[in-house]
Structures are given as structure tokens and as C-alpha cells.
Design a protein around this ligand. Structure first.
Ligand code: MG
Length: 176
């Protein structure tokens, strides 16, 4: 059920993703990553040093990263600058155009690109549609834009249904 919404992998946070192995075992070269509640807490104006280090580590491994976000451009621009990353921010997720632009910026092929995000209706749906490798993370905080409330509720129901049936499981420790 809801196959198109299902992430390939479900982890607690970006820190549970072993970038070295991702590159070596999955032949990944590019990362399309969501901003709010994936890299930074929604509505907050601070960034964790750990995120900065995570991006540095990815760069050291020659993984290319692009932020693709539905959040207003100014906010995305600010964090993209801090992290020194390219970004694409138009309210287009889950439409393919967002991810296609991400791929263009990264200059990577679909089969060597991963999408990391906290929402199945935007990040995962969009990534799966283009057959990118999709990784779902738990949102950093439980709050989100008011308009996403119905979607968030449905999302929680679907994820707990999957977990109960063993359709997906949350990877413990580092993946892969
Ligand atoms: Mg998000």
C-alpha cells in the first residue's frame, strides 16, 4: 500500500547515514537534501554545529549536496550560505521539477543520487517518482507550518501502519 510514498530507508536523523558506505556501496555521488526539520528545526533560527560538520564530511568524501526546499527563499539562502551549498527553493515539491533542478545543479544521474527528507508526501514521493534513492528521517521537531497539519497527521498514520506491519523499519545505528 502507498508504495510510491515508501522510503527505501528510514533512519532517525542524517547522522545515522554512513556517508562513506553510501558512496562505496550504493555508488552515490549526489545528495538532494531538504532543509526544514531535516537539517534545521522548523521555525528556528539556528544551526547545529553537527550539521555543519556533516556537510563538511560529505564534501570531503566528494559527495555533492544540494538543498531542495519548499521553504521561502530567504531562509534557504541563509542556510545555504552558512553551509556553502547550492540550493533550489520553490514551492514545487513533490513535483518532479524540484528534483530535476536538484539533479541539474548536482550534475549527477538518477541512480547515483539520494534524496533525504522528513516528509513522505514531498521528499519521498518526489524522489520515488524519479526513481532516486530515498531516505526518510524523523523530523527534528514536531512543529511545522500550520498548513501541513492534515498532511502531517496522515503521514504519521501511514508510517505507524508500515512500522506495525513490518513494511518498513527504522534502522538502528548507522546505515548502511
Ligand atoms: Mg522538511
Amino acid at each position: 500500500m502507498f508504495e510510491i510514498l515508501k522510503p527505501k530507508v528510514y533512519v532517525n536523523s542524517i547522522y545515522n547515514i554512513d556517508l562513506k558506505k553510501l558512496k562505496k556501496m550504493k555508488k552515490i555521488r549526489g545528495i538532494i537534501v531538504d532543509l526544514d526539520n531535516t537539517l534545521v528545526a522548523w521555525g528556528k533560527n539556528e544551526i547545529n554545529q553537527r550539521v555543519i560538520d556533516w556537510v563538511k564530511e560529505a564534501k570531503k568524501l566528494e559527495l555533492k549536496i544540494c538543498i531542495v526546499s519548499n521553504t521561502n527563499s530567504k531562509r534557504v539562502e541563509k542556510y545555504a550560505k552558512i553551509l556553502n551549498l547550492p540550493y533550489y527553493s520553490k514551492l514545487f515539491k513533490p513535483f518532479s521539477i524540484s528534483f530535476i533542478n536538484g539533479l541539474k545543479i548536482l550534475n549527477t544521474r538518477k541512480n547515483e543520487t539520494v534524496v533525504i527528507g522528513d516528509q513522505i508526501f514531498t521528499d519521498i514521493l518526489g524522489g520515488n517518482r524519479l526513481k532516486l534513492f530515498t531516505i526518510l528521517v524523523t523530523p527534528i521537531i514536531n512543529r511545522d507550518a500550520i498548513g501541513t497539519f492534515p498532511q502531517r497527521t496522515l503521514e504519521r498514520i501511514i508510517i505507524s501502519f508500515w512500522l506495525k506491519r513490518g513494511i518498513i523499519k527504522k534502522e538502528v545505528g548507522n546505515w548502511p
